[in-house]
Design a protein around this ligand. Structure first.
Ligand code: ADP
Ligand code: ZN
Ligand code: ZN
Length: 631
């Protein structure tokens, strides 16, 4: 009889011991019973016969996790505080046969199987990519660095460079992962990749039908897929002979998972690059300060196509002002298209002076404070500092303080009343709920069957609206004033991304409603300058110079979670190399009948944070390493 340590897939439980009549390989996927339920589990290791009764493994599957997948899972479970079973549960295992094949690929001479593709007719179906000199220069840079940043303006030709790199990998018989935010996996992008790479590219995302998923997995398992493109889950497929990982729009928040395991796919891509010994390319027009400071970059400026953009600023709180209506009206009259961008409704409201634009910052954290109507207070999401809602603006003494916001649905309704003949549509998560709705809306917009699209972030990513001559941008000040150390980065990059979407073919106007013209105008064409200035602001306080860790407690029994939070906070406060920035009730005090408490930690090193948390972790503590959400 053999005994095994097993990780139960997707279960938060620690590994358990089971037995089986024959010898099983590490990584094998098996079936076990736990409390009368059959579950999938992974063999971690053999073990001694324990001094308690064990159950038998009831089935052995044809799947197995590779050694590297297990190593990655082990890192995820340590760094992001989840079980091994939860970490392995992110990944798709190999078919046992193909794993053996993988082992023999590394030793090609002793293996007769030919894994190199037949590339004779590879480019026959697509036109060849000829990179410009600038693009070639950037491409060479990426090839000669383990991890590098392709810092290229929207439309500067980054995707063409990635595609050239994928081509090169195919010629070498290697596979590539192409990560992008879910939202950028548009019909346009799929079409572009498929047109060029045919069946060698596989799209992998959450909206695949069971049949599409089966087909995708088949071509991954049989090795005919050379490029896997998709959002963060595309990182975890059983690819043989990995050669390259590309993370497009590397600054995008959607790479961070907001539920356990709370991993960041961009950061894991970099870890995997080391683990697999392959190059990692991070691409963005507006790179995160972290990537910009940590990795060497190559800069691509200007669009591949040249068009002019005129920026107009209007100092006003968020509203459909006469100026905006006037510009929209003109564009409609001349039968041209517009987009109206309203950033995703933050969960929080921010107080702003309607006359001078003054906003309220935490005295300790240099971030905006949000309005908590019920408590009649302004609150900082980091240190929990709270103050009464002021009655007058400390700057201009106006009583016109407001936190009103405009939603996309409301904007569409108002605009339809004002422009009854215009074809106006809403473009956000509430309306565009499926891939096919997205496809149809974009098709109609590109065929000029829609005059004005009103949307959120969904509008700002991945699409190319060549006919648009007016982009109206609302809500920038609300973004800028968020209780978030990345508020400036988020606001500026959103503006640049939206502006980059419009007027790709024709000249265009960008109308920005903001009291912070100096900020946006100084940096909109010079993101490097912004990043350099941002360094000074973040130094000593925020990532990438400090590491943050947020500990969440949530339970129906408010007294119980509060007690656990306090016990942990007291012990953390005694620790010398981590700092307790703040603790107490979360800004959102209750969700689904559960009371929420939190602790925010800061340290120079993530290892210090991990050690400190492990030394005093309470059962209800949910750990969020490198958090990006506060509230
Ligand atoms: P990015 O990914 O940086 O936004 P793209 O790669 O999408 O930029 O390029 C923008 C536009 O320019 C696309 O329409 C693309 O087809 C075109 N383009 C970019 N590079 C080339 C090239 N070398 N040859 C021809 N067209 C190109
Ligand atoms: Zn004022
Ligand atoms: Zn604060």
């Amino acid at each position: 009889m053999y005994f095994y340590q097993l990780a139960l897939l997707t279960s938060p439980l620690s590994p358990l011991t089971y037995h089986f009549k024959s010898l099983l390989k590490e990584g094998s996927v098996v079936d076990v019973e736990l409390q009368k339920r059959t579950m999938r589990a992974v063999v971690l290791s053999t073990s001694q016969e324990p001094d308690f009764q064990t159950s038998e493994i009831v089935g052995v599957s044809e799947f197995s996790y590779s050694e590297k997948q297990r190593e990655l899972a082990s890192f995820i479970s340590r760094y992001y505080f989840c079980s091994l079973g939860e970490a392995l549960g992110l990944m798709v295992p190999f078919l046992v046969d193909s794993l053996q094949a993988e082992a023999c690929v590394t030793d090609r001479l002793s293996c007769n199987t030919d894994f190199s593709p037949s590339h004779e007719n590879q480019t026959s179906q697509a036109s060849k990519i000829i990179l410009s000199q600038k693009q070639n220069h950037a491409f060479e840079f990426l090839k000669t660095h383990k991890v590098s940043l392709l810092f290229g303006d929207t439309g500067s030709g980054k995707t063409e460079i990635y595609m050239s790199y994928f081509e090169e990998m195919i010629r070498e018989g290697k596979r590539s992962i192409f990560l992008m935010p879910e939202i950028s996996l548009t019909p346009q992008m799929s079409h572009r990749l498929q047109e060029h790479f045919g069946d060698k590219v596989v799209m992998w995302h959450s909206k695949l039908t069971p049949l599409q998923k089966k087909k995708a997995l088949k071509s991954i398992h049989d090795g005919s897929a050379y490029i896997v493109a998709g959002p963060r889950s595309a990182l975890f497929l059983p690819l043989k002979d990995l050669g390259l990982i590309v993370v497009d729009e590397e600054h995008d928040d959607s790479y961070k998972s907001s539920s356990r395991p709370r991993y960041n796919a961009r950061d894991l891509a970099i870890y995997m690059g080391k683990l697999y010994g392959v190059n990692v390319v991070l691409g963005s027009a507006t790179p995160s300060l972290g990537s910009y400071t940590k990795f060497p970059h190559t800069r691509l400026k200007g669009g591949h196509f040249v068009s002019k953009k005129q920026f107009i600023y209007e100092p006003s709180v968020e509203s459909l002002s006469p100026l905006i209506l006037n510009h929209l009206g003109q564009t409609l009259t001349s039968k041209e298209q517009s987009i109206l961008f309203i950033p995703t409704r933050a969960n929080f409201k921010y107080l702003i002076c309607g006359d001078c634009g003054y906003t309220f910052e935490c005295a300790f954290c240099s971030v905006g404070m949000s309005v908590h109507q019920r408590a009649h207070a302004l609150k900082c999401h980091y240190c929990n500092y709270t103050q009464a809602i002021p009655q007058v603006c400390p700057e201009c003494h106006s009583k016109n303080l407001t936190s009103a916001r405009l939603g996309t649905a409301e904007a569409v309704e108002n605009l339809k009343e004002i422009f009854p003949d215009a074809r106006i549509e809403q473009f956000d998560r509430d309306v565009i709920t499926t891939q096919s709705k997205l496809k149809k809306a974009l098709e109609r917009f590109n065929k000029a069957e829609i005059d004005l699209l009103v949307g959120t972030q969904m509008l700002s990513k991945g699409h190319d609206y060549h006919g648009v001559t007016l982009a109206v941008v609302l809500g920038m000040d609300n973004m800028l004033n968020m209780s978030d150390y990345r508020a400036r980065e988020k606001a500026l990059s959103s503006l640049i991304q939206v502006a980059g979407r419009s007027g790709r073919a024709k000249d265009a106007k960008v109308l920005v409603q903001t009291f912070n013209k100096e900020f946006f105008d100084a940096y909109k064409d010079n993101y490097e300058l912004f990043l350099e200035d941002e360094k000074l602001y973040r130094e000593g306080l925020y990532p990438p110079y400090k590491r943050l860790c947020r500990i969440l407690f949530s339970h129906k029994n408010g007294a119980k979670v509060q007690e656990q939070m306090h016990r942990m906070q007291e012990r953390l406060q005694a620790s010398s190399d981590v700092e307790v920035v703040g603790f107490g009730k979360c800004s959102v005090e209750r969700v689904a009948n559960k009371y929420r408490f939190e602790i925010l930690l800061r340290s120079d090193k993530s290892t210090s944070l991990i050690a400190a948390v492990n030394s005093c972790r309470e059962p209800l503590a949910e750990i969020d390493m490198d958090p990006i959400e506060f509230g």
